[in-house]
Ligand binder design. Structure first.
Ligand SMILES: Cc1cc2nc3c(=O)[nH]c(=O)nc-3n(C[C@H](O)[C@H](O)[C@H](O)COP(=O)(O)OP(=O)(O)OC[C@H]3O[C@@H](n4cnc5c(N)ncnc54)[C@H](O)[C@@H]3O)c2cc1C
Length: 266
């Protein structure tokens, strides 16, 4: 579930190739993609995300991808024969260097299951991909005077991008839950935003540490803008707490289930 507004950027389908792969922390692999076509990409920062097409059945299917991923585009995607249809997964722009035409993506490596995580762990320079820019989910209401960001490791690129790009006089809290302390990254946050790194107990579900801390934080619901992303139960749990128990207006909370425990992305 999600109430993120999807923006279909003018750049349409952007073609790129993998340039390098680097393990930034034990469970996070950074893949840098690049190429001349990135000149058409309009970088917006924050948690800007995109649909990433991975040619797991051969690169031919990349040229048959739609320019947009709305209803019509999705139907066009389904018409690409299964044997060459790329797999599409959602990712966040971790960094973009316009002059070099390079875009970094931080992938959580979560074992052998799935497509994107294992792809990131083994991709070699020169492999082609394509992506469709879907804009930013971060959309504070104009009256927001305080911010609360809650994320798990899949939302770490979004949370760190927002903290990096939000106005320097912003105030609030960011709660970032990991399953391994060693996956922390450097944060560039406004002085007025307290960043709380948490590690959930081994064997517990995502949100096991972030939800109790979010409940315990003494935040005034007046003027609060909440942003919760990560495993489905974490994102919807934060939203339920803020709206149902604290009385924060629904429009003041953006949430998105980035992945679901035990289920592949649809
Ligand atoms: C807007 C948006 C932005 C996102 N940005 C990022 C990002 O920058 N970096 C990032 O790593 N992810 C990000 N995600 C989440 C990512 O799209 C999912 O984790 C996706 O399911 C991974 O695809 P997969 O092919 O590896 O696994 P899937 O085929 O979808 O799933 C296979 C199995 O792996 C499990 N699984 C999937 N993701 C995870 C995970 N993170 N941890 C543990 N188990 C998992 C599933 O429960 C399933 O059992 C984002 C999602 C959205 C909606």
């Amino acid at each position: 579930m999600s109430n993120i507004t999807v923006t279909h950027a003018d750049s349409g389908l952007v073609q790129a190739e993998a340039l390098r792969r680097e393990r930034v922390t034990p469970h996070m692999i950074r893949v840098t993609i690049g190429g001349d076509d990135l000149a058409r990409f309009a970088y917006r920062g924050f948690d800007q995300w995109f649909r990433l097409a991975l040619p797991v059945h051969g690169e031919g299917g990349l040229d048959r991808m739609p320019q947009r991923f709305g209803v019509g585009g999705y139907l066009k995607y389904l018409r690409v024969p299964k044997g060459s249809r790329p797999v599409v997964r959602n990712y966040t722009v971790r960094a973009f260097r316009a002059e070099e035409r390079e875009l970094d993506i931080d992938f959580v490596v979560h074992g052998d299951d799935g497509i994107a995580g294992p792809w990131a762990a083994r991709v070699e320079p020169g492999e082609r991909v394509a992506f469709i820019d879907q804009g930013c989910g971060w959309a504070p209401v104009p009256e927001a005077s305080r911010h609360l960001i809650v994320a798990d490791e899949s939302g770490l690129p979004a949370a760190l991008g927002i903290l990096r790009d939000m106005p320097r006089d912003s105030v609030g809290d960011a709660v970032i839950e990991l399953f391994d302390e060693r996956d922390r990254q450097d944060v560039d946050a406004p002085d007025g935003v307290a960043v709380h790194w948490l590690v959930r107990p081994a064997g517990s579900v995502p949100g096991a540490a972030a939800l109790p801390l979010t409940r315990a934080l003494e935040v005034d619901p007046e003027g609060l803008y909440g942003f919760a992303v990560g495993e489905q139960a974490l994102a919807s749990g934060v939203r339920r707490h803020l709206v149902g128990e604290r009385g924060v207006p629904k429009k003041s909370v953006t949430f998105s289930g980035y992945w679901r425990l035990g289920r592949s992305a649809p």
